[in-house]
Design a protein around this ligand. Structure first.
Ligand code: C2E
Ligand code: MG
Ligand code: MG
Length: 764
């Protein structure tokens, strides 16, 4: 009714105006026609003015409405197309042009629009619009990309007129690409999740990993299906008490420690919360026996109670444990004594060392050496030697105090780790007890009264950055023993000073090498039968700038530990070959030159290559070079040694076993080593004249060597008496002060010339 109110008012106004004009015209009959004419003219003029205003007003309203529609279209975050009532394109918004890449102008061309929209995109009828369907279809963007969209079209009026042509249609469309991608991703992820869940539970099942989680604030643990199978329980949750009862009595402490860790979890920092802990214990399992399990777990700090206070994976490691104990036995148990070996001693020692640093509890480290063990080996045989070691091992084990640890750490060396009780005399008391028991044991089992053992010891807290250093200190003290029987030496300042001195020597030695202060002395080797000169041993000397001569015993060990030895040995090898070749070229009778090599030369460098180089460089024939190796060197790694020695022999170079009888040796080794000469150590020769046993050992060694076609030489002969005994025993050659001390090359040259003159027949 409101719609028509303006028209009624206008008609009513016109009617009132007409009635008023008629009333006036009737009152003045003479002017009736004039008055009515004027009225008609006024009515027509006002109607025209009114119509003009109405039309303009309507246009303005339509324009504003169009503007409003445009503004709304541009502001919405959706694609929009405005059509006329015949579905002819009127306007598009920027969201649409941005999405499909065409401009509004492009789209005003019907051909372009047809490329963008599928032919049946919008039902070109008002009826369809009224039905208000959501149309879902792809629009084609510039360049051909398909964009999935959904559209809804509605009528928007721009005029109050009911004429059909005054309607506009507004289609609003949403780009579905993103949500479709999300939907596809969602499908993909859920598929992957399902797959990974399947994989996870399959791998849990196949790898037999169980899960044990302690829910936040709960007094029971969640037990995964796999773990339930492993333990033979049905319930998904197991209480603290029941789980604890399943622990092996010796491992209950571990369970309690887990509980302790949880209590402490409130104070954990984030880093330790992220850490994965690992522990091992035995649990009563489905087959009613205890199995070993490894539990790898994490503890969540109290603030972040995400999943559980404590939780992790649990794995049955029973089989590994069994293998481990076998491997441990093979790797850590000494064959001869059945007590732990050096590897285990180092491992336990390092653990104890670290523990000691944290706890403040200290330990003593004692190293023992059986004095002159080689005598038992050589006089009683290898089997008896092993028996003695075995018995000594028992003595060592018996001497251990609670928490102590004993091992055989090498040939005839044993070591002990003893907890410090605060009594400084404890290590000496233990060593004395061992020495006494050892003496008694030898008297009982080996009819030997005189067996003794010496010891070096130190306190773990007396210095050293790791356990290896501590053991070094104890071994170093032992090496300081001057051979006195039942010696006991503590690592102290004097020993420490010696180490410092070694470091100083090392520094000086570097300079000595650069300044050519190292020279070779030569000591003659004599044929015992006819007294001729058959060879010489090149012995190194360090002649300082002030003329003092440093013996090799002071710097060779230092050079060995600092690897300077390689330089020294290269020098010795070259210089000995060069000098020998020079003397041969001078016409002196050719003799062999012997050089000494150390374990470092032998095991850490290509010794064969060095020898080839020296022989090539000097032109010396290989038959005039002899390499002396000590037995302890050869026995370090016997297989490697045999191979290296054979390679040297293959060059035509001779090989001698130096200092024979001083180490952990047995004559049986001679049979497997490709040596040409056996050098009997000075310690056998020293007492030859007064000691019957020494004489017997020497004769036996010479006899056995002869049977193996190995020549013998005795070193350290100082008296004619010694020389005679050796000659009688069948020893081939001799070396010692009796024949000549080590001499500088000029002196030795004179010696050679003198020997050459001696050997010339008197009548020539
Ligand atoms: P070695 O190879 O057993 O050398 C024999 C040592 O015994 C030499 O000591 C020699 O002077 C000494 N000697 C020889 N006859 C007698 C004797 O009748 N009475 C006494 N009391 N001693 C005698 P030196 O020259 O002091 O050498 C000691 C050790 O140093 C050598 O023992 C050897 O192991 C090592 N050495 C010497 N020169 C070299 C070298 O150039 N390189 C290496 N790697 N080691 C060397
Ligand atoms: Mg030698
Ligand atoms: Mg020697």
């Amino acid at each position: 009714m409101r719609k028509y109110s303006k028209i009624i008012v206008i008609i009513a106004s016109y009617a009132a105006f007409a009635l008023t004009a008629l009333n006036i015209a009737l009152r003045i009959p003479a002017y009736t026609n004039v008055i009515m004419g004027c009225f008609a003219a006024a009515a027509a003029a006002s109607a025209a003015i009114l119509a003009f205003f109405i039309i303009n007003f309507e246009r303005e309203r339509a324009r504003k409405e169009r503007e409003n529609i445009s503004r709304i279209m541009q502001s919405i975050n959706a694609m929009a197309i405005l059509w006329d009532a015949d579905f002819r394109f009127v306007e598009v918004n920027s969201c649409l042009t941005n999405t499909i890449g065409y401009t509004s102008q492009d789209l005003s061309d019907i051909k372009t629009l047809k490329k963008v929209l599928p032919s049946d995109a919008f039902a070109p009828s008002l009826q369809a619009v009224v039905n208000n369907r959501d149309e879902e279809f792809y629009v084609t963007a510039k360049g051909g990309a398909k964009v999935c969209t959904i559209w809804n079209t509605s009528i928007v009026s721009v005029s109050s007129s009911r004429k059909r042509s005054r309607y506009l249609m507004l289609s609003i469309g949403l780009d579905l690409s993103e949500s479709i991608r999300m939907k596809e991703d969602l499908i993909k992820y859920s598929k992957e999740l399902a797959e990974s869940e399947t994989r996870y539970s399959l791998s849990m099942e196949l790898s037999e990993i169980g899960l044990l989680l302690k829910a936040s604030g709960s007094s029971s643990y969640y037990v995964s299906q796999q773990l339930r199978n492993m333990l033979g329980i049905n319930s998904e949750y197991i209480s603290d008490g029941v789980l604890r009862a399943r622990f092996h009595p010796s491992d209950v402490m571990t369970f309690d420690a887990l509980g302790g860790a949880m209590i402490n979890c409130a104070v954990q920092d984030e880093e330790s919360a992220r850490a994965v802990h690992c522990t091992e214990f035995r649990l009563l399992s489905a087959d009613n026996t205890y199995h070993w399990y490894q539990f790898r777990y994490k503890i969540n700090p109290a603030e972040t109670k995400l999943l559980a206070d404590i939780g992790g994976a649990i794995l049955d490691i029973t089989q590994n444990k069994e293998k481990d104990s076998l491997i441990e036995k093979m790797a850590y148990i000494d064959d001869v004594t059945q007590i732990y070996n050096r590897n285990k001693f180092m491992q336990i020692g390092q653990e104890t060392f670290e523990c000691s640093r944290d706890s403040g509890i200290t330990y003593w480290v004692i190293v023992l050496d059986i004095d002159n063990f080689h005598i038992i080996n050589d006089t009683c045989g290898y089997t008896n030697g092993n028996k003695l070691l075995n018995e000594f091992g028992k003595v060592v084990q018996d001497s251990l105090t609670s928490g102590g640890f004993g091992a055989r750490i090498g040939g005839d060396n044993f070591a002990l780790l003893i907890r410090d009780s605060g009594d400084e005399s404890l290590p000496v008391n233990i060593i004395r007890t061992i020495q006494d028991k050892f003496k008694t044991m030898c008297a009982d089992n080996f009819s030997s009264q005189g067996m003794t053992c010496s010891a070096g010891y130190c306190k773990m807290s007396d210095g050293g950055g790791d356990f290896a250093k501590v053991l070094d200190h104890a071994e170093f003290s032992l090496s300081m023993s001057d051979g006195t029987k039942n010696d006991i030496i503590r690592y102290d300042n004097a020993v420490h000073d010696k180490i410092i001195k070694s470091a100083a020597i090392e520094n000086e030695l570097v300079k000595a090498i650069e300044n050519n202060e190292l020279v070779l002395y030569y000591q003659p080797k004599i044929h015992l039968g006819n007294g001729t000169l058959i060879g010489m041993e090149a012995l190194i000397r360090w002649v300082r700038s002030d003329g003092t001569v440093v013996p090799p015993s002071e710097f060779i060990p230092v050079a060995e530990s600092s690897l300077l030895i390689t330089k020294i040995s290269d020098f010795v090898l070259y210089e000995a070959c060069r000098q020998n070749k020079t003397w041969q070229d001078m016409g002196l009778p050719p003799i062999t030159v012997s050089i000494n090599l150390t374990a470092v030369d032998f095991y850490q460098t290509d010794v064969k290559e060095s020898i080839i180089k020296a022989l090539d460089a000097t032109g010396l024939d290989p038959q005039w070079l002899d390499v002396e190796l000590t037995e302890s060197l050869a026995l370090k790694d016997i297989d490697h040694a045999i191979q290296q020695m054979q390679e040297i022999r293959d060059l035509g170079v001779k090989l001698s076993m130096d200092d024979f009888g001083t180490g952990y040796s047995s004559l049986s080794y001679i049979q497997v080593l490709p040596i040409t000469l056996l050098k009997l150590d000075r310690s056998f020769i020293m007492y030859l004249e007064e000691d019957e046993i020494s004489r017997e050992i020497v004769s036996a060694v010479i006899r056995i060597a002869k049977s193996k076609k190995i020549e013998t030489i005795a070193e350290g002969i100082e008296t004619i008496g010694q020389a005679d005994i050796l000659k009688e025993a069948g020893c081939d050659h001799a070396q010692g002060y009796f024949y000549g001390k080590p001499m500088p090359k000029d002196k030795f040259e004179e010696f050679m010339q003198m020997k050459a003159r001696e050997s010339v027949p008197a009548n020539s």
